[in-house]
Design a protein around this ligand. Structure first.
Ligand SMILES: [Cu+2]
Length: 433
């Protein structure tokens, strides 16, 4: 598995041109190489160049306004992929504060916390208070709505929002919409906006002129990047149908902890790096999840996204910059990556069956037991998961690493279940009489 990933990286490095931009697959590479990229859109044709040292110093000049997107801070995470996520968030804020052009505001695209703990939100608030832009717009990630279906999130970050925390605002003629696609996720599905929010969005956009630039932001990507890992949103097509008539639409997301972008007609999609830990490129590992890179390279795969908006030229420049851009990509033996250790699946016994949660999967996925049997689930991942009956018969708290959930099945029947954070994860228990 590690070899497969290494091959992928090696191939990408071979594809690099002298200017550091791989014409065929630069997006994937940028995520890996940890370099930044400046791109401007002109008549639907993306023009990109590698983000060299100093590019950021001129990028903000002449812009009508600028803002910075940060994402996936995961305050509270303390596993090997990054034992100090508060420090790396602080580095991101320092980087923002040091920008020669002061951003007008920040957008945080979710996963503020790891486990929705009040102390985690407190720590986040404390670090963000040190940011020079005082206005910060938030949307929640699935980690922020774990314990109470997002009540606490709403109280802290969602004042004056609608529903689960969606809202819109205007900045110098640009219309921004913050969307929530991490609540009420259905078993087997992807991110979801839901009917009520879609109705609101349609209404919110209805009266606006087609020449109004639109920026949509949400945690989970609003385009299908990799459904096997849940990297997409079930009803994003509906949302995007409402912005089709607009001349300039930008969609900013987080969740996947790496830079990906796509341009489709007048709509440009972009995902940001995390400030906490990287995740593998789609399909290059058995599952999504925190990826350990050598410690001295961590800050090259974490970063921030600086967006410069020039209304006059109708061009948008997005600069992804790693926290540490001081060295060339993949120097030395730096390409080596190492997935978090993975436990192997084990056999369960009839008396106390056990379901392991490994690599974003329940193993075994289906078991048959006698009535009255207690089943134990144990989470071996470095990311929390839940065990939720799709019929509402049982519901675990968020299970952190090595935490267990137990449930005794008194009645015969079939009990499908899923993880409410990662609804692609499903399993079932069949209880015989
Ligand atoms: Cu999960």
């Amino acid at each position: 598995m590690t070899n497969k990933k290494q091959d992928f990286i090696d191939q990408r490095l071979q594809d690099l041109n002298n200017d550091g931009v791989d014409r065929r697959g630069f997006l994937k590479c940028m995520a890996w190489a940890g370099t930044g990229l400046v791109w401007t859109m002109s008549g639907g044709i993306p023009v990109s160049r590698a983000f060299a040292q100093g590019a950021g110093h001129t990028a903000g000049k002449g812009a009508d306004f600028t803002f910075v997107q940060i994402s996936d801070s995961h305050i509270g995470f303390n596993k090997p992929a990054n034992p100090d996520v508060t420090a790396t968030l602080q580095t991101a804020i320092n980087k923002i504060n040091a920008m020669p052009h002061k951003p007008d505001f920040l957008i945080h695209t979710g996963d503020l916390s790891q486990l929705s703990k009040p102390s985690e939100f407190d720590t986040l608030d404390q670090v963000l208070r040190g940011a020079s832009p005082k206005q910060i717009y938030f949307v929640p990630g699935e980690h922020d709505v774990l314990t109470d279906n997002g009540e606490q999130y709403l109280q802290r970050y969602g004042k004056n929002t609608k529903g689960a925390g969606w809202y819109s605002f205007d900045q110098k003629g640009v219309h921004f919409v913050g969307l929530v696609n991490v609540v009420n996720l259905k078993a087997g599905g992807l991110g979801s906006l839901g009917h009520e929010q879609l109705e609101w969005l349609e209404d919110d956009l209805k009266g606006r002129s087609a020449s109004t630039p639109i920026v949509l932001f949400a945690h989970i990507p609003l385009w299908t990047i990799y459904p096997d890992w849940g990297w997409g949103t079930d009803d994003s097509e509906q949302a995007l149908s409402y912005v089709k008539r607009f001349g300039s639409v930008t969609v900013l997301n987080g969740h996947i902890h790496q830079v990906m972008q796509k341009i489709e007609g007048k709509v440009s999609f972009h995902t940001a790096m995390s400030t906490a830990f990287p995740q593998p490129a789609p399909g290059t590992a058995p599952s999504a999840g925190p990826m350990k890179v050598p410690a001295d390279q961590l800050q090259r795969v974490l970063g921030i996204t600086d967006v410069n908006y020039l209304v006059s030229g109708s061009s948008l420049a997005i600069i992804d910059s790693p926290l540490d851009s001081s060295r060339s990509p993949m120097s030395g033996n730096g390409g080596g990556t190492d997935m978090a250790a993975m436990a192997s699946g084990g056999a369960s016994t009839d008396s106390t069956p056990e379901v392991k949660i490994d690599n974003f999967a329940f193993t075994p996925g289906a078991i048959t037991i006698k009535r009255g049997t207690q089943v134990t689930w144990i989470n071996h991942d470095d990311i929390p998961h839940t065990v939720d009956s799709t019929q509402g018969k049982f519901k675990s708290a968020a299970l952190d690493t090595d935490q267990k959930f137990e449930f005794r099945f008194a009645e015969p029947g079939e009990y499908p279940y899923y993880c409410r954070m990662h609804p692609k994860m499903t399993g079932s228990i069949v209880v015989q009489s």
